[in-house]
Design a protein. Structure first.
Length: 139
């Protein structure tokens, strides 16, 4: 019996679990969905991202991570590798979201003019709009 319990813990001891430490995590606290979004390093400077008109909402089930892209914007990366830039309201302080931030959407969608990005130290910024990002090589 003790051997079976040890064998069940074996993959976790060596980091062989399926869940990545950089994955978007979802938890429910008192009927409220909270998403913890890891912040990834900035991408290679060889690629330029051109902004296009974006959607009003993003499906939170498709979020894979995020990158800080400026003092008041965050680039969200979806599981299909598409990127969308969330621009924050003008009253938003500089985004000092070290190691991640939290989203508390009302449903399974993250929407502009409705939802907020919350830092781990207590600040929050409202999302004003989303822009679709298209990669282009720098010349």
């Amino acid at each position: 019996m003790m051997l079976l319990a040890f064998l069940g813990l074996f993959p976790a001891m060596f980091g062989l679990t399926a869940e990545s430490p950089q994955a978007v995590r979802r938890m429910v606290v008192r009927d409220e969905i909270i998403l913890r979004i890891p912040v990834r390093p900035r991408p290679s400077p060889a690629i330029e991202w051109k902004e296009r008109k974006g959607p009003r909402c993003l499906d939170t089930n498709r979020l894979a991570g995020a990158m800080l892209s400026g003092p008041s914007s965050i680039d969200f990366v979806l599981r299909d590798r598409r990127r969308f830039r969330a621009e924050m309201d003008s009253e938003c302080p500089a985004l000092d979201y070290y190691n991640g931030f939290y989203l508390l959407p009302e449903d399974d969608r993250l929407c502009a003019k409705r939802d907020f990005v919350r830092s781990r130290v207590g600040g929050s910024c409202r999302i004003e709009r989303f822009r679709s990002l298209v990669p282009q090589l720098k010349r």
